[in-house]
Design a protein around this ligand. Sequence first.
Ligand code: ZN
Length: 226
Amino acid sequence: MLGNTKGRLINKYVPDYVLFDLETTGTSSNYDEVIEISAVKVQSGVIVGEFSQLVNPGKSIPYAASMVNHITDDMVAEAPEFEEILQAFMDFVGDSILVGHNINSFDMKFLYRDSERYFGQTVTNDYIDTLKLARLCLPDLGHHRLSDLAQYYGISTEGAHRALNDCRMNQQVFEQLAKEMDGSAGEKAKVKLCPICGQPMRKRNGRFGEFWGCSGFPGCRYTENI
Ligand SMILES: [Zn+2]
Protein backbone atom coordinates (compact mmCIF):
# COMPACT_ATOMS: atom_id res chain seq x y z
CA MET A 1 0.00 0.00 0.00
CA LEU A 2 1.09 3.58 -0.60
CA GLY A 3 1.42 5.95 2.35
CA ASN A 4 3.83 8.11 4.27
CA THR A 5 5.95 5.59 6.19
CA LYS A 6 8.23 2.96 4.68
CA GLY A 7 7.68 -0.65 5.79
CA ARG A 8 10.24 -2.50 7.90
CA LEU A 9 12.64 -5.30 6.98
CA ILE A 10 11.72 -8.46 8.91
CA ASN A 11 13.73 -11.69 9.09
CA LYS A 12 11.21 -14.47 9.48
CA TYR A 13 8.81 -16.71 7.61
CA VAL A 14 5.19 -15.79 6.97
CA PRO A 15 2.84 -18.11 4.99
CA ASP A 16 0.93 -15.31 3.21
CA TYR A 17 2.94 -12.89 1.06
CA VAL A 18 3.65 -11.43 -2.36
CA LEU A 19 7.06 -12.39 -3.73
CA PHE A 20 8.33 -10.09 -6.47
CA ASP A 21 11.30 -9.42 -8.74
CA LEU A 22 12.36 -6.54 -10.97
CA GLU A 23 14.45 -6.52 -14.12
CA THR A 24 16.10 -3.17 -14.81
CA THR A 25 18.29 -1.30 -17.30
CA GLY A 26 21.20 -1.58 -14.86
CA THR A 27 22.24 -1.71 -11.22
CA SER A 28 21.87 1.94 -10.18
CA SER A 29 18.71 2.96 -8.33
CA ASN A 30 19.70 6.55 -9.20
CA TYR A 31 19.99 6.27 -12.96
CA ASP A 32 18.40 3.01 -14.08
CA GLU A 33 14.79 2.12 -14.82
CA VAL A 34 12.51 -0.87 -14.34
CA ILE A 35 11.83 -2.88 -17.51
CA GLU A 36 9.92 -5.81 -16.03
CA ILE A 37 8.10 -6.51 -12.79
CA SER A 38 6.75 -9.90 -11.83
CA ALA A 39 5.18 -11.26 -8.67
CA VAL A 40 3.45 -14.31 -7.25
CA LYS A 41 0.79 -14.07 -4.55
CA VAL A 42 1.08 -16.83 -1.96
CA GLN A 43 -1.43 -18.03 0.61
CA SER A 44 -0.54 -20.73 3.15
CA GLY A 45 2.70 -21.36 1.22
CA VAL A 46 0.95 -21.97 -2.13
CA ILE A 47 0.94 -19.72 -5.22
CA VAL A 48 -2.62 -18.44 -5.84
CA GLY A 49 -1.95 -15.62 -8.32
CA GLU A 50 0.66 -14.22 -10.69
CA PHE A 51 1.53 -10.76 -12.00
CA SER A 52 4.00 -10.07 -14.81
CA GLN A 53 4.42 -6.96 -16.95
CA LEU A 54 7.07 -5.59 -19.26
CA VAL A 55 7.68 -1.85 -18.87
CA ASN A 56 8.77 0.75 -21.41
CA PRO A 57 11.65 2.54 -19.61
CA GLY A 58 11.66 5.56 -21.93
CA LYS A 59 15.27 4.91 -22.87
CA SER A 60 17.20 2.19 -24.61
CA ILE A 61 18.25 -0.91 -22.69
CA PRO A 62 22.05 -1.27 -22.48
CA TYR A 63 23.45 -4.36 -24.17
CA ALA A 64 24.94 -5.59 -20.88
CA ALA A 65 21.49 -5.56 -19.25
CA SER A 66 19.85 -7.36 -22.18
CA MET A 67 22.54 -10.03 -21.92
CA VAL A 68 21.48 -10.75 -18.32
CA ASN A 69 17.69 -10.53 -18.51
CA HIS A 70 17.13 -11.26 -22.25
CA ILE A 71 14.81 -8.23 -22.56
CA THR A 72 15.38 -6.06 -25.64
CA ASP A 73 14.18 -2.62 -26.78
CA ASP A 74 11.80 -4.28 -29.27
CA MET A 75 10.12 -6.26 -26.50
CA VAL A 76 9.28 -3.16 -24.43
CA ALA A 77 8.49 -0.75 -27.30
CA GLU A 78 4.71 -1.30 -26.99
CA ALA A 79 4.70 -1.84 -23.21
CA PRO A 80 3.09 0.69 -20.81
CA GLU A 81 5.21 3.08 -18.76
CA PHE A 82 6.04 2.24 -15.16
CA GLU A 83 3.59 4.72 -13.61
CA GLU A 84 0.71 2.61 -14.91
CA ILE A 85 2.32 -0.75 -14.12
CA LEU A 86 3.41 0.31 -10.62
CA GLN A 87 -0.18 1.28 -9.79
CA ALA A 88 -1.40 -2.12 -11.02
CA PHE A 89 1.35 -3.85 -9.03
CA MET A 90 0.42 -2.00 -5.83
CA ASP A 91 -3.23 -3.01 -6.38
CA PHE A 92 -2.07 -6.65 -6.75
CA VAL A 93 0.04 -6.40 -3.58
CA GLY A 94 -2.55 -4.72 -1.32
CA ASP A 95 -1.37 -4.92 2.29
CA SER A 96 0.62 -8.16 1.82
CA ILE A 97 4.13 -8.57 3.17
CA LEU A 98 6.61 -8.33 0.28
CA VAL A 99 9.29 -10.99 -0.22
CA GLY A 100 12.23 -11.12 -2.63
CA HIS A 101 15.91 -11.86 -3.07
CA ASN A 102 18.31 -8.99 -2.32
CA ILE A 103 15.33 -6.60 -2.26
CA ASN A 104 16.67 -4.68 0.75
CA SER A 105 19.67 -3.46 -1.28
CA PHE A 106 18.09 -3.39 -4.73
CA ASP A 107 14.42 -3.81 -5.64
CA MET A 108 12.91 -1.87 -2.72
CA LYS A 109 15.03 1.15 -3.70
CA PHE A 110 13.41 1.23 -7.14
CA LEU A 111 9.91 0.81 -5.65
CA TYR A 112 10.51 3.62 -3.14
CA ARG A 113 12.01 5.94 -5.73
CA ASP A 114 9.29 5.42 -8.31
CA SER A 115 6.32 5.49 -5.91
CA GLU A 116 7.66 8.84 -4.67
CA ARG A 117 8.26 10.02 -8.22
CA TYR A 118 4.82 9.11 -9.58
CA PHE A 119 2.52 9.25 -6.57
CA GLY A 120 4.33 11.39 -3.98
CA GLN A 121 4.01 8.51 -1.50
CA THR A 122 6.10 5.57 -0.36
CA VAL A 123 5.54 1.80 -0.06
CA THR A 124 4.34 0.97 3.45
CA ASN A 125 4.43 -2.85 3.24
CA ASP A 126 6.85 -4.68 5.54
CA TYR A 127 9.25 -6.91 3.61
CA ILE A 128 11.44 -10.01 3.89
CA ASP A 129 14.74 -10.37 2.04
CA THR A 130 15.50 -14.03 1.26
CA LEU A 131 19.19 -13.16 0.77
CA LYS A 132 19.41 -11.99 4.39
CA LEU A 133 17.38 -14.99 5.54
CA ALA A 134 19.61 -17.41 3.59
CA ARG A 135 22.76 -15.90 5.13
CA LEU A 136 21.24 -16.37 8.59
CA CYS A 137 19.92 -19.90 7.95
CA LEU A 138 22.80 -21.26 5.85
CA PRO A 139 25.92 -19.43 7.09
CA ASP A 140 28.25 -22.16 5.82
CA LEU A 141 27.09 -21.98 2.20
CA GLY A 142 29.76 -20.22 0.10
CA HIS A 143 27.40 -18.11 -2.02
CA HIS A 144 23.80 -17.09 -1.48
CA ARG A 145 22.71 -16.02 -4.95
CA LEU A 146 19.23 -17.22 -5.88
CA SER A 147 20.75 -19.75 -8.30
CA ASP A 148 23.08 -21.07 -5.55
CA LEU A 149 20.13 -21.61 -3.23
CA ALA A 150 18.03 -23.24 -5.97
CA GLN A 151 20.91 -25.60 -6.69
CA TYR A 152 21.38 -26.33 -2.97
CA TYR A 153 17.72 -27.32 -2.66
CA GLY A 154 17.54 -29.10 -6.05
CA ILE A 155 15.08 -26.60 -7.56
CA SER A 156 15.04 -26.15 -11.36
CA THR A 157 16.79 -22.97 -12.59
CA GLU A 158 15.40 -23.21 -16.13
CA GLY A 159 14.50 -19.76 -17.51
CA ALA A 160 16.42 -18.00 -14.75
CA HIS A 161 16.70 -14.19 -14.91
CA ARG A 162 13.28 -13.58 -16.37
CA ALA A 163 11.35 -12.05 -13.54
CA LEU A 164 8.40 -14.47 -13.28
CA ASN A 165 10.59 -17.58 -13.42
CA ASP A 166 12.85 -16.09 -10.76
CA CYS A 167 9.76 -15.46 -8.60
CA ARG A 168 8.61 -19.07 -8.83
CA MET A 169 12.13 -20.29 -8.02
CA ASN A 170 12.51 -17.81 -5.16
CA GLN A 171 9.14 -18.84 -3.74
CA GLN A 172 10.31 -22.46 -3.46
CA VAL A 173 13.58 -21.29 -1.88
CA PHE A 174 11.68 -19.20 0.70
CA GLU A 175 9.52 -22.18 1.64
CA GLN A 176 12.67 -24.31 2.07
CA LEU A 177 14.28 -21.62 4.24
CA ALA A 178 11.15 -21.71 6.40
CA LYS A 179 11.88 -25.37 7.11
CA GLU A 180 15.39 -24.44 8.25
CA MET A 181 13.83 -22.10 10.77
CA ASP A 182 11.23 -24.49 12.18
CA GLY A 183 13.84 -27.26 12.37
CA SER A 184 12.09 -29.69 9.99
CA ALA A 185 14.99 -29.57 7.50
CA GLY A 186 16.94 -31.77 9.91
CA GLU A 187 19.89 -31.29 12.19
CA LYS A 188 22.25 -29.81 9.60
CA ALA A 189 20.92 -26.28 9.76
CA LYS A 190 18.73 -25.80 12.78
CA VAL A 191 18.35 -22.11 13.37
CA LYS A 192 18.04 -20.53 16.80
CA LEU A 193 15.05 -18.19 16.88
CA CYS A 194 14.55 -15.14 19.08
CA PRO A 195 11.99 -15.92 21.83
CA ILE A 196 10.74 -12.32 21.73
CA CYS A 197 10.12 -11.66 18.02
CA GLY A 198 10.71 -14.99 16.22
CA GLN A 199 13.53 -13.77 13.95
CA PRO A 200 16.76 -15.81 13.72
CA MET A 201 19.47 -15.21 16.31
CA ARG A 202 23.06 -14.84 15.18
CA LYS A 203 26.46 -14.91 16.82
CA ARG A 204 27.91 -11.48 17.46
CA ASN A 205 31.11 -10.27 18.97
CA GLY A 206 31.03 -7.89 21.91
CA ARG A 207 33.40 -6.51 24.48
CA PHE A 208 33.07 -9.67 26.56
CA GLY A 209 33.30 -12.15 23.68
CA GLU A 210 30.71 -13.91 21.55
CA PHE A 211 27.01 -13.76 22.31
CA TRP A 212 23.70 -14.49 20.59
CA GLY A 213 22.00 -11.36 19.28
CA CYS A 214 18.62 -11.06 17.55
CA SER A 215 18.91 -10.38 13.80
CA GLY A 216 15.99 -7.97 14.27
CA PHE A 217 18.38 -5.53 16.01
CA PRO A 218 17.87 -2.58 16.50
CA GLY A 219 14.10 -3.23 16.34
CA CYS A 220 14.54 -6.11 18.80
CA ARG A 221 17.37 -5.99 21.36
CA TYR A 222 17.14 -9.52 22.77
CA THR A 223 20.50 -11.18 23.52
CA GLU A 224 21.64 -14.42 25.15
CA ASN A 225 24.94 -15.73 26.44
CA ILE A 226 26.54 -18.53 24.43
ZN1 ZN B 1 14.13 -10.56 18.49
